[in-house]
Ligand binder design. Structure first.
Ligand SMILES: NC(=O)c1ccc[n+]([C@@H]2O[C@H](COP(=O)([O-])OP(=O)(O)OC[C@H]3O[C@@H](n4cnc5c(N)ncnc54)[C@H](O)[C@@H]3O)[C@@H](O)[C@H]2O)c1
Length: 338
């Protein structure tokens, strides 16, 4: 199948493209704006693969999206492109509304016009908001509490409306927190791991009691690919990792795997509107036939391999943390504008 993957230079998107090229006979076009979070180094191993092409561009750019779909005779779209960092959305939500909502609308309109056979929207468990009780199911109402989650929820509703109004072949996946190689080190786990390698403290919001569920990125990629092929149009599929942990407990596990003491933990002022617990029930996707290994041993093994990856790829994250990658990004944008 000829698939347009958007946001494929980011964390999950780049892992997904590599997973697709390694495992399934597909032709992939990666459309990515290369924001501060997009990094072509994530894709170096496959950049010359004859089934892969990179196109630099914005999902809000109507002409470019239209031309790319037409030129490559695209049959399916998987939309990973997003502004994805909650803290940045709390500082300013404009880009989140633009890319996550307007960008998705643009893709949907063009995809409908071009009669795309399948459109998968990559969403998040954050759209449900926080729960102290049962895990959320796909039929539960949306209750996003931060601008990032609100922009993703808005995009989900838009996708749903395209299915209902036009019978357009939409599927939505909502996964829990991903971890693994190539995650931008502003996010909790890579920030923690790289800070420990650098001998720094690890910041934990509030008292560290907030709970998140964790899934290894390749397991999410496998689930997304499966659902893309086998899922039913108009349906939403939660993707859980079944590894719910408080941030503090996760920090303690990582410290112990890296042979460091807990005095590296530094509690910092809590995030505004910080959701207490995300939890989803993903019986529906498992019933469809998509399964993910679970259990403490599996989680620990994946966590160890992730820590090893950051230890073995210091140049990748040091370029980001030192600001070098961001400086190049600013210079590129400056040159383009002038
Ligand atoms: N990381 C997680 O734990 C997680 C969990 C659930 C859902 N998600 C969702 O998965 C998707 C990918 O997340 P991620 O963590 O890989 O994000 P990321 O920030 O690492 O990558 C996002 C990518 O999108 C690109 N992009 C941003 N704006 C764009 C635009 N206007 N046009 C084209 N490309 C653009 C960026 O350059 C970057 O390559 C997002 O939709 C996110 O909401 C992420």
């Amino acid at each position: 199948m000829r698939i347009l993957v958007t946001g494929g230079a980011g964390f999950i998107g780049s892992n997904f493209i590599k997973y697709l090229l390694e495992n399934i006979d597909n032709e992939i076009i990666n459309l990515d704006k290369l924001t501060y979070a997009g990094n072509l180094e994530n894709l170096i191993d496959i950049e010359n693969n004859s089934n892969y092409e990179f196109v630099e561009g914005d999902i809000c750019d109507r002409k470019l999206v239209d031309k790319t779909i037409e030129r490559k005779d695209i049959e399916g779209i998987i939309n990973f492109a997003a502004e994805s960092h909650v803290d940045r959305s709390i500082d300013s939500a404009i880009e989140f509304a633009r890319t996550n909502f307007e960008g998705t609308l643009n893709l949907l309109e063009i995809a409908r016009d071009k009669k795309i056979k399948r459109f998968l929207q990559v969403s998040t468990d954050e759209v449900y908001g926080s729960t102290l009780g049962e895990s959320f199911r796909e039929t539960d109402s949306l209750n996003p509490n931060n601008p990032y989650a609100a922009s993703k929820a808005a995009a989900d509703l838009l996708c749903h409306s395209f299915f209902k109004t036009y019978n357009f072949p939409i599927i939505i996946t909502r996964s829990t927190n991903n971890f693994g190689p190539y995650q931008y080190p502003e996010k909790f786990l890579p920030l923690m791991i790289t800070n420990i390698i650098e001998g720094k403290k690890i910041p934990i919001y509030g008292t560290g009691e907030n709970v998140r569920d964790w899934i290894y990125v390749e397991d999410n990629c496998r689930a997304i690919e499966f659902i893309f092929r086998k899922g039913k149009n108009g349906q939403i599929y939660n993707i859980a990792g079944k590894n719910e942990l408080s941030n503090l407990n996760l920090a303690k596990i990582v410290l112990s795997l890296m042979n460091e003491s807990e005095d590296k933990i530094e509690f910092v002022a809590d995030r505004k509107g910080h959701d207490f617990r995300y939890s989803i029930d993903d019986f529906k996707r498992r019933y469809l036939g998509s399964s993910t290994p679970s259990g403490q041993d599996y989680f620990t093994e994946r966590l160890k391999s992730t820590i090893d990856w950051y230890k073995q790829n210091e140049s990748w994250w040091k370029r980001i943390k030192s600001g070098e990658h961001f400086k190049e990004w600013q210079e590129r944008n400056y040159t383009r504008r002038n």
